[in-house]
Each structure stands twice: as C-alpha cells, then as structure tokens.
Design a protein around this ligand. Structure first.
Ligand code: NDP
Length: 496
C-alpha cells in the first residue's frame, strides 16, 4: 500500500504518513473491535469510565503535543487548536458525569396496571463506525467516540485522509489511558474506505458535507443500520435594533472567522435591521481588517490557513462570482500568498445577489455576506430561505424578542447573543434540520444514538398472567365487564 502523505497546508512540509487500509485490513480491524466489544460491554459504566476519566486528565495535563499535531496538519492557529482540546475534555466531563444516568434502565408502565410492568433499557449497537472530516480533526474523531465507548460500543474510525494524525494521537492517548487498543480501531483512506467501513459496522456516525452525507445514508439504508449525519450549514445571524452592536460584532468575528470560517456552524449570512446596517457593517469590516493572520505557535494570531489551496480557490471563486454579480467588498476578498498558499483575508461583502453561490451554498471559509432588512419578519424569512438548517444566531435588545425570533428559525440550534456556543453546550443536542443532518450529538441524544432501546416487559403470574387474559373472554358478559374496566382506566390518573 502506498502511504498517505499528510502535508502541512502552510509550509507544504511532510507532517506525517499513515498506511491506507485494504479491505482485508478493514475487515480484521472490525472483527478485532467486535471481539473487544464483547469483553467491554460486560464492564460496568464506572469501570469503563475509569479509562475515559484518565484520558480526560491526560489531555488537560499535556495539551501541547495535541495542539502541535492539530496545527501541523490543519494550518490553524494555536487558539483554534486549543478550542479542540477544551471541547474534547468538556465532552468527556459531560458524559463521565451524566452518562450513567442517561444509560440507566427506566421503569415504564406495563400493558395492564398492577399485574404487569415494563423497563426500558439501552443496549450498545456493537461496533460503531465514525467517518470524520478535516476541519476539527481532534474533536470530531475523538469527542464523538467517547459517548460511544462509554455506552459499551467498540469504535472504528475513518478520519479524513487530509488530517489523520490528530485522530491517531487521540487514540494513542486513549490506549495510554488503559483502553484496549482493539476497542478503538482506525482505518485510513479516502471515501472508498469510508464506504467499505459502513459494510462492517452496526451504526455509522458521519460528519461531513451534505452531498457525501446522502451517499452515507444510502449505504446505511442498504444495510438497514442506523446512522447519524452531521452535515453542512449556511448559518444566518440576525441583528435587530436595540442589540449591543459592539457585542454582536465580537460574536460575528468569532462566529465567522475562527477556524478560518471552516466550522459547520460558522456564520455565513448576516441580516441586519436597516437603521443600524451602515454602522454595524462598518464596525464589523473595520474589526475584520485588524485580525492577525498567520501560522505559528503564538497565541496572538487570530486566523490561520484554509485546509489547502484548492479550498482557498473555491472560497475565492464564491467571492469573485458574488463581486461579478454586483457585491461590494467592505474588507478582504484577497488571498495572502505572502503568508501561505491557502490564506484568504477575512472578507465582508454586501449587495450579494440572492442567486450567487455565496448566498446559497456553504462557502466554508472566512467570508460573510451582510444584508439590510426592513423588519424582523423579513429577517426571519431570509434566514430561513435556505436548504440548510444547522445553526443560527439572534441579537436583540430584549431577550423575549430574541427568543421569539429564535423559535421561528428552522435550524437545529439558535444562539442568542452567541454564534458558536452551541458546540460547548454539552447538555443540549446539536445537529441539523433540512439538509444539515439527521440525528444529534451531545446531551442524552448524543449518547443514546449509540444504543438500541430494549423494552423488557414482565407479567406477574397472578391467575396465569397477561397471556391468560384474552382467552378468558368467552362471553359478551365478560367482554362488557372488560370494556367497563378499560373505560374506568382512563379516569384513574395513577393508572393511565
Ligand atoms: P466530506 O463530506 O468531503 O468528507 C467527510 C468524510 O467522509 C471524509 O473522511 C471523507 O473521506 C469521507 N467520505 C468521502 N466520500 C465518502 C463516501 N462515499 N462514503 C463514506 N465516506 C466518504 O467533508 P469534508 O471533509 O470536506 O468536511 C467539510 C464538511 O463537513 C463541511 O460541509 C462541513 O459543514 C461539514 N461538517 C459538519 C459538522 C457538523 O457537525 N454538522 C462538523 C464539521 C464539519 P476523505 O475526505 O478522506 O476522502
């Protein structure tokens, strides 16, 4: 097998190599994972949690090698890499604290009061497959694996072939924390390996673009295995009169330009009430011009590189097409080859045609288009005028006004006075409506997706138990008596 070479997007230097998985490598990784899972699932939650807890402490005690690796293969800033480590630790902390109660069996009502009972339990799927993209190589590969493992599954991960090194390091740290190496397999390669992985697992968790997500859904459907799809976004921000423009500008800069705009929940479209549009767009573009671009271990840099030149070409393509269609540039819209081959300056555009790719497709770069709106209603209509529905953000003077707008937005998450906070609000589910996805990560949903529900119903053996009831109805008189009981049943609150 020809090794996959991983290059630093800024210097072009070789960052590392990984060996692609052949179909037989993949089959044996999945089979070892399956055997390891049979041992793992017999452990109690607390026994499993010991390893994840040790991993949590390890990444916080020694974050630097992780930050270096993330930066090396993505070209992102130290701060953006740091956000990955903090978020993985946060996910571990959340599920270590709440996982046991999320997974606990729950007593439910039986078929017939008093003589029957039901319990709802959660069983692991077995082997969970994860397919992940390049934009957050540590978070998306590791944080999504943690609840799967804690729920009693094995994991086989296919990271992006552009950024496999952070995932490899994350797995190494889990193994150093005591995890059985077979329980967490990694297979390297491109889309073909991702497709092959789906043939070997019991659940597939996919994060990536909506086009690939569709293919993954079809492949999962063919095998009738469940999947979760965390896909792209074209995320709107709404700024209303009365909002603090200073805070909204800070939120927008972070929401649009951190990680060089390569975040699924990044803000890409901004709708601003007309009376504050001039002032707000000027503030935002002035601040965008001040952002420091570059790639180093310095904590001072604000924005790093895009993942590669071809992606920078795509982002510039969206900008150029918008400008040809009449858009005005308030800041950016240029490449910075003096810093690296894939740097694009933070770009603020106005007057973007609603038909431009910039307005309709995910750009996934450091670019926003800003639009004045005449009313709150128009802002909501425009924010919802997209096939995507991942994240949105609302800024208003009053929280009840912001809440009323948030409830009208067709997106899986809405931040009020925040753009990206949803990612670290671990107690609530995060995911997409419309073509932004199916299923949710985080919260109890983010763990229960890795389990199958099993209902255990018990009949107490009084008078032959539940199964003896129907055969006992042998006359109209008995049937009438049963109907009377069923009617009564609705009237007794404790038994309903
Ligand atoms: P892609 O959809 O191109 O790839 C994602 C992963 O799928 C990669 O590992 C890729 O392999 C693999 N893959 C490609 N084709 C197939 C296939 N036919 N079957 C199975 N796997 C396949 O996304 P990108 O890597 O370009 O990532 C960017 C996208 O991810 C953006 O759209 C972004 O919005 C989205 N995203 C969504 C998030 C969310 O939570 N909603 C979070 C982060 C990103 P390889 O690339 O190695 O060839």
């Amino acid at each position: 097998m020809v090794p996959i070479k991983v290059h630093n997007p800024v210097t072009g230097e070789l960052a590392g190599t990984v060996i692609p998985a052949s179909p037989s490598d993949l089959a044996s990784t999945a089979s070892r994972a399956r055997q390891a899972q049979e041992r793992w699932t017999k452990l109690s939650f607390r026994e499993r949690a010991r390893f994840i807890s040790s991993f949590h402490d390890r990444i916080l005690d020694r974050p630097d090698p992780i930050l270096d690796t993330i930066q090396l293969e993505t070209g992102k800033t130290r701060r953006d890499a740091f956000a990955e480590v903090v978020s993985v630790a946060g996910t571990a902390r959340y599920y270590l604290t709440h996982g046991e109660s999320i997974l606990a069996g729950r007593r439910r009502r039986g078929a017939v009061p008093i003589v029957t009972s039901s319990v709802l339990e959660h069983r692991p799927h077995g082997v969970v497959g994860l397919i992940t993209p390049w934009n957050y190589p540590f978070i998306l590969s590791i944080a999504d694996a943690l609840p799967a493992l804690l729920a009693g599954n094995a994991v086989v991960l296919k990271p992006s072939e552009l950024t496999p090194l952070s995932a490899v390091l994350g797995r190494e740290l889990l193994v150093e924390s005591g995890l059985d190496p077979d329980l967490f397999g990694i297979v390297h390669g491109g889309g073909d390996v991702g497709g092959e992985l789906i043939r070997h697992v019991d659940f597939i968790g996919f994060t990536g673009g909506s086009t690939t997500g569709r293919k993954v859904a079809v492949a999962a459907a063919e095998r009738l295995i469940p999947c979760s799809l965390e896909l792209g976004g074209k995320n709107p921000m709404i700024v209303l009169k009365g909002a603090s423009l200073k805070n909204a500008a800070i939120g927008l800069l972070s929401g649009a330009f951190s990680n060089a705009g390569q975040t699924c929940i990044s803000v890409e479209r901004v709708y601003v009430e007309a009376s504050i549009f001039e002032e707000f767009s000027r503030m935002v573009s002035e601040e965008a011009r001040k952002l420091k671009l570059g790639w180093s271990r310095s904590w001072e840099l604000d924005m790093g590189s895009l993942i590669h030149s071809a992606h920078a070409d795509k982002v510039m393509g969206h900008i150029e097409e918008a400008v040809e269609g009449g858009a005005r540039v308030l800041s950016g819209a240029v490449r910075r080859p003096d810093i690296g081959p894939a740097f694009v300056e933070p770009t603020v555009l106005t007057h973007v045609s609603p038909r431009a790719s910039m307005a309709t497709q995910e750009t996934f770069g450091p670019v926003i288009s800003m639009y004045p709106v005449e009313s709150v209603h128009e802002a909501v209509v425009m924010a919802n005028d997209t096939n995507y529905g991942l994240n949105a953000s609302v800024w208003a003077g009053r929280s009840d006004e912001a809440m009323a707008v948030a409830r009208q937005i067709h997106a899986g998450s809405v931040g009020i006075q925040s753009t990206l906070m949803i990612y670290n609000a671990f107690d609530v589910p995060m995911g997409g409506m419309k073509i932004s996805g199916i299923g949710r990560r985080h919260g109890e949903h983010g763990m229960l997706r890795y389990t199958q529900e099993q209902s255990i119903v018990t009949s107490f053996s009084m008078a032959g138990g539940y199964d003896a009831m129907l055969p006992k109805i042998r006359s109209q008189r008995v049937a009438d008596a049963v109907l009377k009981m069923v009617r009564l049943w609705r009237r007794i609150p404790g038994l309903r």
